[in-house]
Design a protein around this ligand. Structure first.
Ligand SMILES: Cc1ncc(COP(=O)(O)O)c(C=O)c1O
Length: 425
């Protein structure tokens, strides 16, 4: 049975005003139209642990978690105390704070490829620096990339405003298909500076795929770079490179590393990292230290409290529970991804039925108090408990029942509200 719609009156009023004074109303990838319009909150009031309250007073058990930057839970006391310590001492100086060394020491211990690191503020900063280093190291211009790597010219997912010559220098290949990677490298012989890729998104790597990609990159004289913004501090402390046992030449991390504070890091082999001195990378805010202290506290806690095994356990429970429930109710859906970053895919062959199932499921689960993203994999955090898991599965079961009922009565998702946008963040 369908649940009552929630009220988002205050959110909608603020958003209407925002559209007059903020271009796009909000950050593109986080815009409400990437979710199901009218069914998701827009403005947050506060968060604690795995719960988020919106400004209309609705509470949600959150599995989006700011797209993976929250790994311990909202307002983690240890992380926030470390950040507040920096605020009290001052965090923006013309000098560097010692906490930078502390964080670097931790990262070179936990990230397999990290002989040296360099700090930035955003993921796009860091992937762009990685590509720059690859161009310096190889003297070549072309890039072969896969997945989402940020919004800068070389990796923007839309063409508008990007010079043709920049687009021409960037090629891609099919995931889990080494032949397609080799074809590109062969065609561009002696011109490719690096293969830069997310180690995985929703589809996990087939055995040997990541090692094969590294081998091919090297065979064709290119660097192998893993973009671990999402996999880092989720799959293992040392990222997918530790989990799958494939050490890249360079790697980029951010997101979960600091439980929400804005910092990113480029890590890699010493001789490659030292080439940063041949170029210029800088930002007004690069030495600000709140986020460095937050990262030290986050990584220390992830390790001390064995958080990553917890992410795997809860995520596996979620994936298994969803599969069991879908099977029992005859819903064509299956869990995909890896346990710390799971997702649910509806598999109906008819696209209209598939979109309707998705629309109804996410409408119903949101109305019942879950935040699950319809177009982006979800994330598990330390604050998700066994009870949260059980409650989530109960609500998902109700969501599946509603899908069944709505399909049986011939309901179809409104075309203007079809969940068609793919979010990349
Ligand atoms: C894999 C990956 N690379 C790069 C980025 C870009 O990071 P940012 O949005 O901080 O620039 C993201 C952001 O979601 C990402 O998921």
């Amino acid at each position: 049975m369908s649940a009552q719609p929630l009220s988002f009156a205050r959110s909608e009023k603020l958003f209407a005003r925002a559209q007059e004074i903020v271009a796009g109303g909000t950050t593109q990838g986080k815009a409400p139209n990437t979710l199901i319009p009218g069914e998701y909150p827009i403005y947050a009031a506060r968060g604690r642990g795995a719960t988020l309250w919106d400004i209309d007073g609705n509470a949600f058990l959150d599995w989006i978690l700011a797209y993976g930057i929250i790994v311990l839970g909202y307002c983690d006391p240890d992380v926030d105390t470390a950040a507040i310590g920096e605020i009290r001492d001052g965090f923006a100086f013309p000098l560097t704070r010692p906490v930078q060394n502390e964080l670097a020491e931790l990262l070179v211990q936990v990230i397999p490829c990290a002989e040296m690191v360099h700090f930035f503020k955003t993921g796009s900063d860091t992937t762009t620096a990685a590509v720059r280093l690859a161009r310096i190291a190889t003297g070549r211009d072309k890039i072969v990339r896969w997945g989402y790597n940020g919004w800068h010219d070389w990796c923007c997912t839309r063409d508008a405003g990007i010079p043709r010559h920049v687009r021409d220098d960037v090629l891609t290949f099919r995931y889990n298909d080494l032949n397609s990677l080799e074809d590109v490298l062969k065609q561009q012989r002696d011109q490719v500076a690096c293969v830069i890729m997310m180690p995985l998104e929703i589809e996990p790597p087939q055995p040997g795929f990541l090692a094969g990609a590294k081998e091919l990159a090297h065979q064709y004289g290119a660097l192998f770079i893993l973009d671990e913004m999402r996999s880092g501090f989720h799959l293992a402390l040392g990222g997918a490179q530790e989990y799958y046992g494939v050490t890249p030449d360079l790697a980029t991390f951010s997101k979960a590393m600091s439980n929400g504070y804005a910092i990113s890091v480029l890590a890699g082999k010493r001789e490659l990292m030292q080439a940063l001195s041949q170029t210029y990378v800088s930002s007004t805010f690069f030495t600000n230290s709140i986020e460095m202290a937050a990262a030290v506290a986050t990584i220390t806690k992830l390790e001390r409290e064995q958080v990553i095994p917890h992410l795997w356990r809860i995520g596996k429970g979620l994936m298994d529970g969803l599969d069991r429930c879908a099977r029992d109710l005859g819903i064509e859906a299956q869990s995909v991804g890896v346990a710390p970053m799971p997702f649910l895919q509806f598999t109906y062959a008819d696209p209209e039925i598939r979109e309707t199932a998705k629309y109804v499921f996410y409408r119903e689960t949101t109305r019942r108090g879950l935040l699950l993203h319809p177009n982006h994999h979800w994330f598990v955090c330390a604050a998700h408990t066994e009870q949260d898991l059980a409650r989530t599965l109960e609500i998902c079961e109700q969501g599946f029942r509603a899908v069944k009922q709505e399909l049986a009565r011939g309901f179809r998702a409104p075309t203007t509200q079809k969940v068609a946008v793919t979010v990349s963040t």
